[in-house]
Design a protein around this ligand. Structure first.
Ligand SMILES: Cc1ncc(COP(=O)(O)O)c(C=O)c1O
Length: 416
C-alpha cells in the first residue's frame, strides 16, 4: 500500500526547528578566534541566502519557485506501508517508510543540493567545491549544478574513489569533476574530514568558487524537512493520527532531521537516531565544540564528536562515517528529546537482506541501519502485544552498493 500525492503538494515552505528548540543551539565559533562566527566570517564559503538560513529564527522559510520546479521532478516521494515485512515479523506494528530513493541521484541528498546550487547561482557563483564519501552527495550536487549551469568539483574519499567507480561515473555524467582525496597524500585512503579540508581549501582560494556541505549544518537539515512535512500529510491519508516512533539512520543527521524535525513538538512521538557501532558518535562521542574537518579549517560546532582526527573503519555505509553530528540532532539528543542506538555491520546487512527478500527493494547500507532498528522495534511491539505505528526514512537505494552485498553473501564482511 502506498500514499502518493500530486506534484502541487510539495511543501512550499521549509520548517525551521531552531526557534522551537527547548534549549537554544550554541553558535558556531570562528576557528581562529574561537569567538562566535558572524555571517561575514562564512561569506567566503557560502552564499548570503544560505548563511541567513543558517542563523534564521523564522519558523518557516519560503522555498523559491525555481527550486520547487526541480523538486517536483520526483517529489512528493511515496509513503509506503511495509506489509510484507510486517507479516514476516508477525508483528502488530504498522510499518511505514518514506521513500527518498526515487530521486534522480537515488537518495535524499538532492533535497538540499538543489537549493544550494540555486542560491549560489543567484549570487553569481560559477563553481562549487565539495567532498563526498561513497559518492551519494557528490552525485546529488553534480546533478543539481548541471541544472543551474554551475561547475562542480568533487573531492572523493580515496578508498571509495578506487572501490566505487559507478558513483564517480554518475558525477561525471552530470558534468562534475572528481579527484581522489586527500590530494596531497596519495597513499592515504582518506576520510570525510580530510575531503572537507580539501574542498574548503579549494573554495577559499578562488573568487568564483563556494563550498557546499551535504549534511550537518542547520540550513541542510532545514531543506530536508520536506521529507517529514510530506510524511505527516501522507500518514493522515493512511488513516494514522501520528507515528509512535520515527526512525532514521544518522551520519551527519540530514535525512533523520528532515524526517523527524516536523514531529519534535508532537507529544508521544518517540524519535530514534541509528548509527554504526564503528562510528558511534551520538552513543559514545563527547558533546563539545569541535571542527567539522580534519585540518581544523571550518568553524567549530557544538555537537557530539569522536574527535576531528578520528578515522573510522571503512565500513560499507560510507555516508555514516563522520566524526561529528548536526548541532540540531546533537541538541535533541543532549536534551533527551531524541534517543540514539548503534548496530554493527553484520546485523545491519542481515536486516537489509530480510528487507530485500520481503519488500523487494535493495536498500543503501546507510538506510539498512534504519531498517535494522525498525525490525527490532516491530519485534518488541510483538512481545508487548502493542499496535505501534513506526515511520522510518528510506534514505536511498543500494543498487550501486552491490559489492557490499557480495561481501556479506560470501562471508567476507567485517563485523565491525
Ligand atoms: C543513502 C544515505 N543515507 C544516509 C546518509 C547519511 O547522511 P545524513 O545523516 O546526512 O542523512 C547518506 C550519506 O551519504 C546516504 O547516502
Amino acid at each position: 500500500m502506498r500514499w502518493t500525492m500530486p506534484p502541487d503538494r510539495v511543501p512550499e515552505a521549509w520548517f525551521n526547528i531552531v526557534p522551537r528548540l527547548s534549549q537554544p543551539i550554541d553558535p558556531p565559533l570562528h576557528p581562529g578566534t574561537r569567538q562566535p562566527a558572524g555571517p561575514q566570517d562564512l561569506a567566503p564559503l557560502f552564499p548570503m541566502a544560505l548563511i541567513l538560513q543558517e542563523v534564521s529564527t523564522d519558523p518557516w522559510i519560503d522555498i523559491p519557485g525555481p527550486v520547487l520546479d526541480v523538486l517536483r521532478l520526483w517529489r512528493p516521494t511515496p509513503l509506503i506501508r511495509a506489509r510484507r515485512l510486517e507479516q514476516a515479523l508477525d508483528t502488530p506494528a504498522r510499518i511505514y517508510y518514506k521513500d527518498e530513493s526515487v530521486s534522480p541521484a537515488g537518495s535524499h541528498k538532492p533535497n538540499t543540493a538543489v537549493p544550494q546550487a540555486y542560491y549560489n547561482h543567484e549570487e553569481g557563483i560559477k563553481r562549487i567545491a565539495t567532498e563526498t564519501g561513497a559518492g551519494q552527495w557528490g552525485s546529488a550536487l553534480a546533478f543539481s549544478c548541471s541544472l543551474f549551469g554551475l561547475t562542480c568539483k568533487v573531492y572523493m574519499v580515496r578508498a571509495s574513489y578506487q572501490q566505487k567507480p559507478y558513483r564517480r561515473l554518475m558525477i561525471e555524467t552530470w558534468g562534475g569533476e572528481v579527484v581522489p582525496s586527500p590530494v596531497d597524500q596519495p597513499d592515504s585512503p582518506g576520510s570525510l574530514g580530510m575531503a572537507i579540508s580539501d574542498a574548503v581549501r579549494d573554495a577559499g582560494s578562488r573568487e568564483d568558487t563556494h563550498y557546499s556541505l551535504g549534511s550537518v549544518l542547520n540550513h541542510v537539515l532545514l531543506h530536508q524537512t520536506v521529507i517529514g512535512l510530506e510524511a505527516k500529510e501522507q500518514l493522515q491519508l493512511a488513516g494514522e493520527e501520528k507515528p509512535d516512533l520515527v526512525i532514521g539512520c544518522c551520519g551527519g543527521g540530514s535525512n533523520l532531521g528532515g524526517l523527524a524535525l516536523p514531529f519534535v513538538a508532537d507529544e508521544g512521538v518517540e524519535l530514534l537516531a541509528v548509527e554504526p557501532t564503528s562510528c558511534a558518535t551520538l552513543t559514545t562521542g563527547k558533546f563539545e565544540y569541535d571542527f567539522g574537518d580534519t585540518a581544523g579549517l571550518t568553524p567549530l560546532l557544538s555537537m557530539y564528536t569522536l574527535g576531528h582526527d578520528f578515522v573510522p573503519p571503512s565500513i560499507h555505509a560510507g555516508g555514516l562515517r563522520y566524526h561529528g553530528d548536526a548541532p540540531i540532532i546533537s541538541n535533541l539528543v543532549h536534551t533527551g528529546r531524541m534517543r540514539a542506538s548503534a548496530y554493527n555491520q553484520t546485523a545491519v546487512f542481515e536486516a537489509a537482506i530480510q528487507w530485500a527478500r520481503t519488500q523487494g527493494t535493495i536498500p543503501a547500507p546507510e538506510t539498512a541501519h534504519a531498517i535494522k532498528a525498525t525490525i527490532d522495534a516491530a519485534l518488541q511491539a510483538r512481545e508487548e502485544g502493542k499496535e505501534k505505528v513506526i515511520l522510518f526514512g528510506y534514505s536511498g537505494h543500494g543498487l550501486l552498493d552491490l559489492q557490499a552485498y557480495d561481501d556479506f553473501l560470501t562471508g567476507k564482511l567485517a563485523g565491525t
